[in-house]
Design a protein around this ligand. Structure first.
Ligand code: HEC
Length: 382
């Protein structure tokens, strides 16, 4: 007999959970086939009686939770520690305390998805839309108040008569032989067309609903009262402070992380300062990052005084790569960064000591870019 044919299982129906448990003890080990129980509610001791191993879901969740935590950590270290280090409120760029909420959320996300999807898809093998046992005539009883013990074929053909006797001996009140469902034939063109049509309709509905939800749905603001609280918005006014502006300049004398407070030399004393950093590619890169982030809005990406803020700013930022700007000594540029000049605010609280000198190097690179050497950006000094 072809194993794919023949009955799928021989089912014994029992009246009480105790009878079922007792029957398992009698039947177990006496057939080479798989035993499976069907009950309307969880029955204590059933898993042990059937010899189920402990579910692997706990281990899966633990491992995936760890993977989630590690991914979140790497993501946060990479984005805020390496790729785009922004100093916020004077804290170090890698402040692990700020990482905790995201770390926690991603860990829970990974763990929860693993628990849900792992259980449904891996362990319960969904989507299994037609289990052979659903064809059983006793299924209605088994979901109400009876308890089923099925000897199921895992490939080898069953011997229905012998198994029926065995189950009867074990106390089954009724026996049913559950046939295997016929193998599904090729889908009819009509069915295919209907399925395609349904998918198309679903896509159209999703697209239409999304468009409606985003573009046409009147904008409802949930919990609008939360918008009405007194707070400081960046770039907007405030009646709280005497000068009417919401954004506060740092307290005078504030220095950036990594920049030890030191008495600032005056402009003349700074003139002769020597850039302590080597003109290496790494330093140029750090300088470009500092310059592009803090200086380019006013002085322009090329240092020509044509930044995106220039028109709105009123004061004319200095052209750094021509004329008098080009004549400034390294120390003079450093001094302007630390102390500001007229309309240019000081950047001592935003740039570390290293970033300041790297920015000075980069201003020089911008100047030399007008008559660049091959050694520039290959780690070569002047
Ligand atoms: C908010 C706009 C703004 C930003 C941002 C800005 N500057 Fe300036 N900068 C100016 C203005 C305006 C001047 C002209 C000041 C003057 O001469 O009155 C100036 C002047 C200068 C000068 C010439 C100083 C002198 O003695 O003539 C240098 C050098 C300079 N800035 C470098 C920088 C560097 C480096 C940065 C980034 C750390 C930076 N600036 C960021 C607006 C800005």
């Amino acid at each position: 007999m072809n194993p794919a044919q023949g009955p799928f299982s021989v089912l014994g129906v029992f009246d009480t959970p105790d009878a079922l448990l007792e029957a398992i003890g009698k039947v177990k080990g006496r057939t080479g086939h798989r035993l499976e129980a069907y009950t309307p509610y969880p029955v204590h001791g059933l898993d042990r009686a059937l010899g189920y191993r402990k579910s692997p879901i706990g281990g899966m969740v633990f491992v995936m939770g760890l993977v989630g935590a590690l991914s979140a950590l790497v993501l946060e270290l990479w984005t805020s520690g390496w790729d785009y280090p922004l100093v916020t409120a004077g804290k170090p760029v890698v402040s692990w305390e700020a990482f905790v909420p995201i770390l926690f959320e991603i860990t829970v996300l990974f763990a929860a998805l693993t628990a849900g999807l792992g259980m449904l898809l891996l362990l319960n093998r969904l989507p299994a839309l037609r289990h052979p046992m659903l064809r059983s005539r006793s299924m209605a009883l088994l979901t109400r108040d009876r308890f089923g013990l099925a000897v199921e074929s895992a490939g080898e053909p069953l011997d229905p008569e012998a198994l029926a006797l065995l189950l009867e001996d074990a106390g089954a009140a009724a026996i049913e032989v559950v046939e295997r469902p016929p193998a599904p034939g090729p889908a009819s063109p009509k069915l295919l067309a209907a399925a395609l049509g349904a998918i198309l309709l679903a896509c159209l509905a999703a697209a239409g609903t999304t468009y409606w939800g985003i573009k046409l749905f009147p904008r409802l603001i949930p919990m609008a009262h939360m918008l009405d609280q007194p707070r400081l918005d960046p770039q907007s006014g405030s009646s709280f402070f005497a000068d009417g502006s919401g954004m506060r300049p740092p307290v005078a004398g504030t220095v950036s992380q990594g920049a030890p407070p030191r008495p600032l030399p005056n402009a003349e004393a700074s003139e002769g300062l020597v850039n302590p950093l080597p003109g290496s590619a790494a330093v140029f890169r750090r300088g470009r990052a500092a310059y592009d982030t803090h200086c380019a809005v006013c002085h322009g990406l090329l240092g020509n005084g044509e930044g995106s803020l220039t028109d709105a700013y009123g004061a004319r930022p200095t052209h750094l790569t021509a004329g008098a700007g080009r004549e400034l000594s390294d120390g003079a540029i450093y001094h302007v960064i630390v102390s500001g000049k007229n309309a240019m605010p000081p950047y001592s609280s935003d740039l570390t000591e290293e970033e300041r000198w790297a920015a000075v190097h980069y201003v020089r690179v911008l100047e030399r870019a007008l008559d660049a050497l091959d050694t520039d950006f290959q780690g070569g000094a002047r």
